[in-house]
Unconditional design. Structure first.
Ligand SMILES: Cc1cc2nc3c(=O)[nH]c(=O)nc-3n(C[C@H](O)[C@H](O)[C@H](O)COP(=O)(O)O)c2cc1C
Length: 245
């Protein structure tokens, strides 16, 4: 029904009119309140929202997350990655350690990650510090991946210039010939990062645009900011606060 209405608005105009696109968000009775947060720290809440996202059929890739990094000159860039694990310490993703994003992180480990789950009208923003995970963890995950993906990762020096698509296919063929059908694919310059979060915001969209935003923060001396009115004490060293939408 919602999809039909949205498509009808799109068809009304032969030219693109983005200002008229307005998706219906959540109703008043579905607001996201502080008392709905069972454990007042963001990792547990993230896992609960992720569980709901995983149960939402329309969400084909609920672990797709945009990752923003900043280079040595302060220039930001942004791309999607797949979130591969959520531990008590933070959020893990995997990539090439020579890539653009990895070079940014080497100069400046401050990163931001955003996830948007449209059918749930929910966004999660994570800000934190990225660090490489232990190599044995990267190796274990690398060999869990389909062999073709392992070879693909080995064939691609991510973010470097290449002359053509054929060039990539040739490298892939060379690797396959060298390894034979069963040879173990060596770990390329590739592995995981853990983002240790210091700020996590949970956003839920409302139809009247008075969206709910609850932000968790942690850091040295942060609990001194707790006043019980705007800033509230959470668990495990976190504080939380409601932000205007
Ligand atoms: C949905 C989606 C998921 C992706 N997941 C990853 C990933 O987990 N790791 C990765 O290195 N690239 C992933 N990519 C490709 C990146 O967006 C990007 O093109 C690549 O990492 C090179 O980025 P960089 O040059 O900024 O380092 C994904 C792309 C999409 C669209």
């Amino acid at each position: 029904m919602v999809l039909k209405q949205l498509l009808a608005v799109r068809k009304m105009s032969s030219t693109v009119n983005l200002s008229a696109l307005r998706l219906k968000y959540r109703e008043k009775k579905e607001v996201f309140l502080e008392e709905n947060i069972r454990v007042k720290e963001p990792i547990t809440l993230f896992r609960e929202w992720l569980d709901q996202a995983l149960q939402t059929e329309e969400l084909l890739e609920p672990n797709a997350a945009s990752l923003a990094t900043v280079d040595r000159n302060g220039k930001p860039s942004n791309r999607f990655v797949l979130l591969k694990d959520v531990t008590d310490d933070g959020f893990r993703f995997f990539t090439n350690y020579g890539s653009h994003k990895a070079q940014d992180i080497a100069c400046n480990p401050n990163v931001a990650m955003t996830i948007y789950w449209l059918p749930l009208r929910r966004q999660i923003r994570i800000e934190g510090v990225a660090e490489k995970i232990p190599q044995e963890d990267s190796l274990a995950y690398f060999h869990q991946r389909p062999r073709a993906s392992q070879i693909g990762a080995l064939a691609s020096e991510q973010s470097t210039r290449i002359p053509s698509r054929t060039h990539l296919d040739e490298i892939e063929q060379e690797i396959k010939a060298k390894l034979g059908p069963d040879g173990e694919v060596p770990l390329p310059n590739w592995g995981g990062y853990l983002i240790r979060p210091h700020t996590v915001e949970f956003w839920q969209g409302q139809t009247d645009r008075l969206h709910d935003r609850i932000q968790f923060r942690r850091g040295p001396d942060i609990e001194r900011e707790v006043d019980g009115k705007l800033v509230h004490k959470g668990e495990l060293g976190w504080v939380y606060e409601r932000l205007a939408p």
